[in-house]
Design a protein around this ligand. Structure first.
Ligand code: SF4
Length: 324
């Protein structure tokens, strides 16, 4: 499998407070992973772990503090505008709430025709309509079903499909879907995640699936990265990471959903707002304050990324087992 996107040592700092008492939080810290062609890669963790900030940097919505995001293999090497082509065509975002994606006062078809016009995707109205119909059919809808309808006339699941169809117009290589089913009824949730699988298999689109829901992540993704307080703490094939978690934090998450049931949402969420800041500022392992296996070294030294078999784990427990 070839890498579509190579992310290396990615870092994002945010500054808070006044000039005199400026505080810097490293929201994403030294994160590295690849997204392969025709792959669904899940980035999972609690709110505030850095997964959405990572996605926003890939989309070009946030400046990178340090590190790199290499998309060069996804755009023709002869194209001198590769960064521009990647950000305008190569990667598209699917947001959490489709009702916030569309203006309630505009028929949704207008968004499609605007995209066709803005990107000069068709040279006649007839071709534009055919193109719109084809992308809607790729998500199980049709132009007839959508034409003349306003956002409020769709269910959340239907409107999320409409949103995905619009993102397909530019033939993207990567979809970044940020909690795409969290606002969708449970009965329709599986149809959306199955759609991602279908797009991967039939159109060879890759998906970065951002979620706090381990059940759908297990069901839909090929590989998964678990984030905690800005660090990527475990990474590997989803079966390995979620069925035999190595990192104590992944084990804690996994215990909250004993069976990988795609229809069951992972809703347990520890309220961390009071200690979140303290964990971000921690010198050693950021999980040390809550880890049942913490050792002395955990409080002083940040663990390195260790490769154990096919899994990367960031934990001092495995220092003697590393196969690098
Ligand atoms: Fe726990 Fe130490 Fe591993 Fe962190 S590095 S998860 S504190 S054992």
């Amino acid at each position: 499998m070839s890498a579509l996107l190579e992310i290396r040592n990615l870092k994002k700092e945010f500054a808070f407070g006044s000039i005199l008492s400026r505080l810097r939080i490293t929201a994403v810290d030294d994160v590295s992973f690849d997204i392969n062609t025709s792959e669904i890669f899940a980035l999972a963790g609690e709110s505030g772990c850095g997964k959405t900030t990572t996605a926003r940097m890939i989309l070009g919505f946030e400046e990178i503090t340090a590190g790199s995001i290499d998309h060069k293999r996804s755009v023709a090497p002869t194209d001198t505008r590769r960064d521009k082509v990647w950000l305008s065509h190569g990667v598209q975002a699917i947001f959490q709430n489709p009702f916030e994606t569309f203006n309630p006062l505009r028929p949704v078809e207008r968004y499609f025709f605007e995209t066709v016009r803005n990107y000069k995707l068709a040279d006649s109205d007839g071709k534009a309509r055919t193109m719109v119909d084809e992308t809607l059919r790729a998500v199980g809808l049709s132009f007839e079903e959508v034409s003349g309808r306003y956002p409020s006339e769709f269910s959340g699941g239907q409107l999320q499909r409409v949103s995905i169809a619009r993102s397909l117009l530019t033939s993207p290589r990567l979809l970044i879907a940020d909690e795409p089913v969290s606002m969708v009824d449970a009965s329709l949730r599986m149809s959306i995640v199955n759609l991602f699988k279908q797009l991967r298999d039939e159109m060879h689109v890759s998906v970065l699936y951002i979620t706090h829901d381990l059940a759908t992540a297990y069901y839909v993704s090929d590989r998964i990265g678990i984030m905690f307080r800005g660090n990527l703490i475990e990474l590997g094939v989803v079966e390995d990471v979620l069925m035999q978690p190595k990192h104590p934090y992944t084990q804690l998450l996994r215990e909250s959903i004993p069976e990988a049931d795609p229809n069951r949402r992972w809703t347990e969420r520890v309220s961390l707002s009071d200690i979140e800041h303290e964990e971000y500022m921690r010198k050693g392992c950021r999980f040390a304050g809550r880890c049942p296996k913490a050792m002395e070294i955990c409080r002083t030294d940040l663990p390195e990324d260790l490769r154990i078999g096919s899994v990367m784990v960031k934990c001092h427990l495995y220092a003697g087992e590393c196969n690098d």
